[in-house]
Design a protein around this ligand. Structure first.
Ligand code: GAL
Length: 829
């Protein structure tokens, strides 16, 4: 039976099992054991609220096709319980539907309930109302908190049990997680932290789910919790308890992106290296964080300062397209690992040193053997003889040998195609060239800057405490009475505002006097805003609009980190003459007029709909609402809104929030240190980054299910000022594809569901350059490789072949590679 038959029958087997019998999930020191079988589990994170329910089947199908056994997700408390004891499991929050979609495809699920998640999610998944309950203390021994945590965890477990989704009930959930990386932050919580984590374990255990509970980054957790590792590499990791198998709950496939930050890239070579190395060194379960990152719709991103895209450079891109070559290169690895699962989990293991930092690991059962050859040098390639056969093991790579003879995979030899994704207009025929806009101002003049608010107190209040996360926007307003003889009337007075993030707009006596915002990077969220003002005798009005971009999600006591304006707020005449306004009467108002009145909601005929005006459309005007209608781009490809030209704000399509936008925030030029990206050596989030000096995020995902036939509406709230006339809707498709790989490999070129229209470059030998700029070398074969491939591939959606000398001629070099660049239909380059 070949690998595919084995995989196919095991999937059919699991499909039948998931819908009938209970599975017994246990472990020994070597591996997770499912129904008596030692297993290698390959899993990937897909967070259900970061896509839409109609996208789930396709994402999960691609995960399965990519060779995964399981899909992992967190559960997002603040999304499900937006107000105390009010729950929401609708739409893309339908956790049960998500789990059942995974089950229907015959995959296992790993449920990380937390309910603290981190995850670059607003406030790490905690509802802000929780922080505002008197007497609460989060993530520590505190009855108020523990009671709420238990209430939510039990609710989730009960929902899942009711649907019989735990493997012990015949479902597909094989593991569940409580808390998240508490071990990383536990120390500052002292003894209360220890009591809390013990309580978490007891509480979880008492819920009796019949499958193991895990705690990630928690060395020697209270029994029966099992510890796991998170990071870019976990090969060196050893669980503290010798009876716990080696599990890796987060292999970061790239990284998240922050406003002002560059685009992360973790190469397919390095990611596959980390996985192969983990299994070489005794791993049993590995989960990609993220397999599909998706989108932070609405106000769900935390951090703070995390972009709306959560693409993560994952194997499936933000829109659900295959991110190639990563997806394909990992698929090949998964297939090979599954084919040697038995020897890996049942065999005896020994290592053999072959040369400096080159090692063979041999897994041996009575019947069979499987080997890994690792070269952990960061620069030196290795030619080694192992078992009488010569192998070329490039630097920072691992080969997997079937029967310890046949090289089935090498992490640095990528044969999967590279796909270059492009944006395309695809306009409906009757759609005009540019969008027609109407607009209306945000009514700050008549309300907030007149000092009218909802609550007044004699102090400066943290934004979390005052706004309870109802909005990004909070007005802080006060008036000062200046006596005729006040010396401040005669000099230059500076208004000084301390801000702990993220954006501040200041108004004085009804006039806008300026804005300031945090720079990229977590440590820089605090700043001081200073502007000179001219006081008048009598009443003077200060109105400050504070804007947050998600609350902090990580670190010891992260929940207590301040947000919004902080004390003191001062009027400064000179070093010695400073008026502290902090204990003035401050009036607060949460939100904006247009948001409260749902200007973005196109369903209800808003009574104020007549107030949208056409011509002239203002440009570079802050606090402005824009509205347009459009037809959905043709076809079924993912849709994006190109928001180039806009400043910062929020966008809605047919009332669905696309998230925060900020294309005017240019990614720091200095973040891209080198032009080339070397996969060799340890990855970090500053390595291989790109798109410095460009808008941090220009394109915003508009899921197809947000769109309808006929007319759709886009509403923008522009906070900084911008020009909407450049806005357009596009589709994301494959433009061109490349391969650049070694002789002997079976390769496939595919434009997915469109034909290949042209072979732009093809040569066999030692071709130079990279995809998009290949060049022949003097050693290349004389054969007209381009014509061969034109005949074989053009006009077809895909073509597959093996790279051999018989087919492509005899180059005059030792290591022979084929480089091809092909163009997909409807694209010209
Ligand atoms: C981990 C955390 C994840 C995510 C990740 C970075 O520490 O557990 O939830 O935040 O870092 O993407």
């Amino acid at each position: 039976m070949n690998i595919f038959n084995i995989l196919f029958s095991s999937l059919i087997f699991s499909f039948i099992l998931f819908h009938s019998n209970a599975l017994n999930v246990t472990h020994d020191s070597r591996s997770i054991i499912i129904d008596g079988n030692h297993r290698i589990i390959l899993s990937g994170s897909i967070h259900y609220p970061r896509s839409t329910a109609p996208m789930w089947p396709d994402l999960i199908r691609k995960a399965k096709e990519g060779g995964l056994d399981a899909v992992e997700t967190y559960v997002f408390w603040n999304a499900h319980e937006p107000a105390h004891r009010q729950y929401d499991f609708s739409g893309n929050l339908d956790l049960i539907r998500f789990l059942k979609t995974i089950q229907d495809q015959g995959l296992y699920a790993i449920l990380r309930i937390g309910p603290y998640t981190c995850a670059e999610w607003n406030y790490g998944g905690f509802p802000v109302w929780l922080h505002n309950i008197p007497g609460v203390s989060l993530r520590t021994k505190n009855d108020v908190f523990m009671n709420e945590m238990k209430n939510f965890t039990t609710l989730i477990v009960d929902m899942v049990k009711k649907e019989k989704l735990f493997a012990s009930q015949g479902g597909n959930i094989i593991l569940a997680q409580v808390e998240n990386e508490y071990g990383n932050v536990m120390e500052p919580y002292g003894d209360d932290g220890k009591s809390y984590i013990n309580w978490c374990a007891q509480m979880a255990d008492s819920l009796d789910i019949g499958v193991p509970w895990i705690m990630c980054q928690q060395a020697a957790p209270p029994k029966p919790m099992l510890e796991t590792c998170n990071g870019w590499y976990c090969d060196e990791y050893k669980p503290k308890d010798p009876n716990t198998p080696k599990m890796w709950t987060e292999n970061w496939t790239g990284w998240f992106k922050s406003w002002g930050g560059a685009d992360p890239l973790r190469t397919a070579e390095d990611l596959s290296y980390s996985v192969a190395r983990f299994f070489q060194k005794g791993g049993t379960l590995q989960n990609y964080y993220m397999y599909h990152g998706g989108t932070n719709f609405g106000r769900t991103s935390g951090g703070p300062y995390i972009t709306t895209t959560y693409d993560y450079n994952a194997p499936l891109d933000e829109y659900g397209n295959l991110n190639q070559p990563k997806w394909g290169h990992l698929k090949q690895l998964h297939d090979v690992l599954h084919s040697i699962e038995y020897t890996l989990t049942n065999g005896d293991v020994r290592n053999e040193k072959l040369s400096n930092l080159v090692m063979a690991t041999i897994y041996q059962t009575k019947e069979k053997s499987s080997c890994f050859l690792s070269n952990t040098n960061t620069k030196t390639d290795a030619n080694v003889n192992f078992g009488g056969i010569n192998y070329f093991v490039p630097a920072w790579s691992i080969s997997i040998l079937l029967d310890c003879r046949e090289e089935a995979y090498n992490t640095a030899k990528v044969s999967a195609q590279t796909s270059s994704m492009v944006k395309k207009l695809n306009k409906a025929e009757d759609e005009p060239r540019s969008l027609k806009w109407t607009w209306r101002p945000e009514l700050i003049e008549s309300t907030s800057i007149q000092g009218r608010g909802d609550v007044s107190v004699n102090k400066i209040v943290d934004q979390k405490d005052m706004a309870n996360d109802a909005s990004d926007y909070l007005w802080y307003m006060t008036s000062i009475d200046v006596a005729k003889d006040d010396p401040m009337l005669n000099g230059t007075v500076t208004l000084r505002v301390n801000d702990s993030g993220h954006v501040l707009h200041a108004f004085f006596n009804g006039e806008y006097i300026g804005s300031q915002w945090s720079k990229y990077g977590d440590s820089n969220v605090t700043y001081v805003f200073e502007r000179n003002i001219k006081l008048s005798p009598g009443k003077n009005l200060i109105s400050l609009l504070s804007v947050t971009l998600g609350f902090k999600n990580y670190g010891p006591m992260f929940d207590l980190v301040g947000a919004g304006i902080t004390s003191p707020i001062e009027l400064v005449l000179s070093k010695n003459v400073i008026k502290d306004l902090s204990s003035n009467k401050w009036t607060y108002k949460v939100g904006l007029n247009g948001i409260s009145n749902k200007f973005f909601n196109t369903n209800c005929a808003s009574k104020s709909s007549s107030k949208w005006v056409s011509d002239p459309i203002p440009v570079d005007r802050n606090f402005t609402w824009y509205k347009t209608t459009f037809k959905a781009p043709l076809g079924n490809k993912p849709v994006v809104a190109d928001l180039l030209g806009l400043g910062k704000g929020m966008a809605w399509v047919n009332g669905h929030s696309l998230g925060r936008y900020w294309p005017s925030y240019i990614a720091d030029k200095n973040l891209c240190k080198t032009e080339t990206c070397d996969y060799r050596g340890r990855y970090s989030d500053s390595k291989c980054v790109s798109k410095c000096g460009e808008p941090t995020q220009r394109w915003y995902h508009v899921p197809r299910s947000f769109l309808k036939d006929g007319e759709n509406t886009l509403v923008l709230f522009e906070e900084f000022g911008g020009n909407p006339s450049y806005v357009q809707f596009q589709t994301v498709e494959i433009g061109s594809i490349c391969i650049n790989t070694h002789e002997g490999k079976e390769v496939k070129l595919s434009c997915q569901d469109r034909p290949i229209s042209k072979i732009k470059f093809a040569s066999f030998g030692s071709p130079q350059g990279v995809c998009g700029s290949f060049d022949k070398s003097e050693y290349d074969s004389e054969v007209d490789v381009l014509s061969i491939l034109e005949k074989e591939c053009v006009g077809k959606e895909s073509c597959s072949f093996k790279i051999t000398e018989d087919k492509f001629g005899k180059p005059s070099c030792e290591i022979k590679k084929l480089a091809v660049e092909a163009i997909c239909k409807d694209f010209t380059f």
